[in-house]
Write a protein that binds this ligand. Structure first.
Ligand SMILES: NC(=O)c1ccc[n+]([C@@H]2O[C@H](COP(=O)([O-])OP(=O)(O)OC[C@H]3O[C@@H](n4cnc5c(N)ncnc54)[C@H](O)[C@@H]3O)[C@@H](O)[C@H]2O)c1
Length: 170
């Protein structure tokens, strides 16, 4: 008997390494067609571990990039059943050392990114009548780490976004 993910198309943002890569590989083991979206350039070339993983360029902070990525996935794979919003960054500084640029970058990657991805993937899930969006939050969205104040704010935001998507927006 095939896995319940057999033939499903799963998108994992930030899956070129780390936790996202582990999620992508596990989904592939469950026979999903997995598409990783990540920042791909000469400093971060795509890391190919399994033939069943496709890796496409994506910057989750940019609306044009998210739209182009979603269009490309739909054109190549026909549907999106699972979205894992995993791409994230952390800045390890005290509040005094944190800059406005740090704050804006954290908000853009960790919070605007999942919002934009959900915004452009949800209509496709509605079209096919099913789908699952998994947002990677953090225990730091509930707890205190004095070196991660801005990061904690983004993750608390991700938890709020997730509740909103779950009860209303989809
Ligand atoms: N590592 C931990 O202990 C931990 C704990 C709790 C939650 N998390 C969360 O898990 C997720 C993954 O963390 P990780 O430790 O594997 O991180 P990582 O730094 O190892 O990998 C992050 C990936 O995201 C990609 N990325 C960064 N900016 C991007 C952008 N603008 N567009 C597309 N991709 C982008 C990177 O290129 C990289 O491949 C993050 O959301 C993080 O906040 C991590």
């Amino acid at each position: 008997m095939g896995s319940r993910l057999s033939g499903k198309v799963a998108v994992v943002t930030g899956g070129n390494r780390g936790i996202g890569r582990a999620i992508a590989e596990r989904l592939a083991e469950e026979e999903a067609v997995v598409v990783i979206g990540d920042l791909i350039d000469e400093r971060s070339p795509p890391v190919s571990s399994l033939k069943s993983l496709a890796i496409l360029p994506l910057d989750v902070t940019k609306e044009t990039s998210v739209r182009a990525f979603v269009d490309e996935v739909l054109q190549k794979f026909g549907r999106i059943d699972v979205l894992v919003n995993n791409a994230g960054i952390v800045v390890h500084k005290s509040i005094d050392e944190q800059t406005v640029d740090d704050w804006d970058r954290l908000m853009a990657v960790n919070l605007r990114g999942p919002f934009l991805m959900a915004k452009y993937v949800a209509p496709e899930m509605r079209r096919i009548g099913s789908g699952a969006i998994v947002n990677i939050g953090s225990v730091e969205g509930f707890m205190v780490n004095p070196w991660h104040t801005a990061y904690a704010a983004t993750k608390a935001g991700v938890h709020g976004l997730t509740l909103g998507l779950a009860v209303g927006s989809i």
